[in-house]
Design a protein around this ligand. Sequence first.
Ligand SMILES: [Zn+2]
Ligand SMILES: [Zn+2]
Length: 305
Amino acid sequence: MRKIILGKNGEPTYERQVFKAALHTHTVNSDGHFSPEQVIDMYKSIGYDAIVFSDHKFVNKVSEYDGRGMTLVSGVELHPAGPRGVDWHILAIGVPEDFKDTEPATGQEAVDCAVAAGAVVFCAHPYWCGLHPEDVMQLENIAGIEVFNSTCRYLGKELNMYVWDACLDAGKEYTAIAVDDMHDRRNYGGAWTMVCAKSNSAEDIVDALKKGDFYSTQGPEFTKLVVNDGVLEAEFTACQYAVIVGRKSTGTPVWVHEYIKKGEPEETTEIKIDLRECPKGLLRIQLRDSQGRYCWSNPVNNTFA
Ligand SMILES: [Zn+2]
Ligand SMILES: [Zn+2]
């Protein structure tokens, strides 16, 4: 069993199991190509532990399906009007099966209805939507954004690190999920989120997402992620680059990449960072393996500096 120890604030609070989750998927109940049963079979065959059905404006009754050992979580993708004629794509995970507010008028109304119903909410694929960091930050009570969405690859807009870092730099402690946004076979399995939960119940998975107890990946995996006495220790599968991203400690007050360890050409599997020597505020760790696949930790708020 893989063990990850990390709360949203980098506190070593517990050791938990890690569940591989598809947090954003579509079925024939909106514009997906496959039935919920087929989607279940597809993720089961590639080793997932949990699936969120998140059809456009439609909540699947997940209790009516056999998850074949995987946890099924009801979700929905909402599309209220956004800024400059752009529609929001609001991903709500953990709404009740009888959730009615599937056509909210505004982005904030979408977030508020979903959060009031018990969901955790993320702004989906902001780059693809044409949303700026300032737009995303207008929304109150979102947990974060999608840092990666495989389905946006056809436009080259799958990565959202720019939006994420701009929000972190503004002090928004957003977490970030990676998803495949599966509609058909092309992007299925391309990215996922590893959720560190007390159990694989839908409630515990949603709870862990609310707390930020997860990391996101296209392949590389953290096997340890903990802060002990101001030292951040991370262990992971072999990577070429392990980078800490945060505000530069000296000089101009801009968000920069500080290379704490660069494994190239050898591969690296661990870093230890004394947070007292790092900039104050939000930091995140990013891995990149030899195939160019990324893995993202959630932000740690460095209060040790
Ligand atoms: Zn979308
Ligand atoms: Zn979608």
